[in-house]
Each structure stands twice: as structure tokens, then as C-alpha cells.
Design a protein. Structure first.
Length: 211
């Protein structure tokens, strides 16, 4: 019985980190990193760091998106980073978002995740492979001043994938109405425990040697 217990314990230790690894850099916006690792852009808005943390932890914070009142709808604030991936593995993007109850913002907007896969290691536009559909985030009438968890569908990296550009987007749905959202504790991880689940019809990732 003792031997069996030890074997199970060692297997759990070996498999756990592979399954749970978050591929994002700075997913929790701890101070002093703040927005380090993220590249943000907006025409009618901005991304900034907020000291308000999803778990209320001192020394951490969140990413804040402000979309200013613009003449047309569909304005956005987008922050992205490029991460390494492996072809034919499945991935899930998740994170927490928050609509502050503030009379200065209308909050007719949405938070979305986007994933774009590339055939080189640097997310170069010339090697683009595919756009999985972005997951549309929740919006009011969801409760204001409350953190909400948003999880994407499982997405399989297309054949040839070496990197993915992960985007977090705050979207203004109605013209001339400013929107503010906070985002925290983001996660982009594979759900594939073993490389090559026999999808490609061969055993190239598996070895017959050893005990
Ligand atoms: Ca945080």
C-alpha cells in the first residue's frame, strides 16, 4: 500500500505544472510591474493601471480600460501580448472583469478575449494562421461593482502554430457613451495534458523505451 501511494504522488507532481501553466506574462498586474508585458492601443481611449485588485490583495492591482465618448460606436481599448503555443493543443482564455458603478460612464459596452495564431515565434503578421471567434464578454444588466469571470471556449491551435497573440478588449457599444472596465487575473493555458493526443495519426511524441 505504501508503494502505491508513493507512485501516485510522484505522478501528480510530474503532471500538475504542465496542465496549469499560465502562458501570460504579468496576468495579475502586481505593483510595480503594473502593465509591463502588455502592448495597448486605442484611438478614443486609454489603458492604465488601477490599484483595485480582484481579490483585494495589497500590492496587486488591475488593468483599467477607459473608452472616451466617441462620435461612432465600436471604439475599443485593446491590450495584447504574444505567447508561445504548440500546434494541435487546445487552449482556454479566462479572466475577471469589473464594471464600476460610476455616473461618469454609461457602461454600454462589452469585454472580449481574442486569440490569433501564427506560424512563427513572434506573432509576425505575415505568418498568421487563424482567428478563432472572440468570446463576447458580459455587459449590464450584469451587476455593477462586482467581479465577473469570463471563460472562452476551448480553442485548438491550428497545424503549424508556434505563437499566439492574446488580446483583451473593452468595446463601446453605443456612440457618445464612455465605458470603463477593469480586468484582472487573466489566464491563457493549455488544456492538453500530453503533447500529441494521437490527432495526427502517428506516435511521434511517444517513446517505447524506459520502464
Ligand atoms: Ca491583480
Amino acid at each position: 500500500m505504501l508503494r502505491k501511494t508513493l507512485i501516485v504522488g510522484s505522478l501528480l507532481m510530474a503532471a500538475g505544472p504542465v496542465f496549469a501553466q499560465n502562458l501570460l506574462v504579468n496576468p495579475g498586474f502586481d505593483d510595480p510591474d503594473q502593465l509591463t508585458g502588455w502592448t495597448c492601443e486605442s484611438i478614443y481611449g486609454q489603458a492604465s493601471w488601477s490599484s483595485i485588485d480582484s481579490l483585494g490583495l495589497a500590492g496587486s492591482g488591475s488593468m483599467q480600460h477607459d473608452v472616451a465618448a466617441a462620435l461612432f460606436n465600436n471604439e475599443t481599448v485593446v491590450c495584447r501580448q504574444c505567447v508561445p503555443v504548440s500546434e494541435l493543443r487546445t487552449y482556454v482564455m479566462s479572466g475577471w472583469h469589473f464594471w464600476p458603478d460610476d455616473p461618469k460612464v454609461a457602461q454600454n459596452g462589452s469585454v472580449r478575449w481574442s486569440m490569433v495564431f501564427y506560424g512563427d515565434t513572434d506573432c509576425d503578421p505575415s505568418s498568421i494562421l487563424g482567428f478563432p471567434p472572440a468570446t463576447v464578454g458580459s455587459r449590464p444588466p450584469l451587476a455593477l461593482d462586482t467581479w465577473h469571470h469570463l471563460v472562452s471556449d476551448e480553442i485548438m491551435a491550428p497545424a503549424g502554430s508556434l505563437s499566439a497573440r492574446i488580446g483583451v478588449i473593452t468595446w463601446q457599444d453605443i456612440a457618445d457613451e464612455p465605458v470603463r472596465a477593469r480586468l484582472d487575473d487573466l489566464d491563457f493555458s493549455t488544456t492538453t495534458v500530453f503533447r500529441d493526443g494521437f490527432e495526427t495519426g502517428n506516435l511521434t511524441e511517444w517513446s517505447a523505451s524506459g520502464p
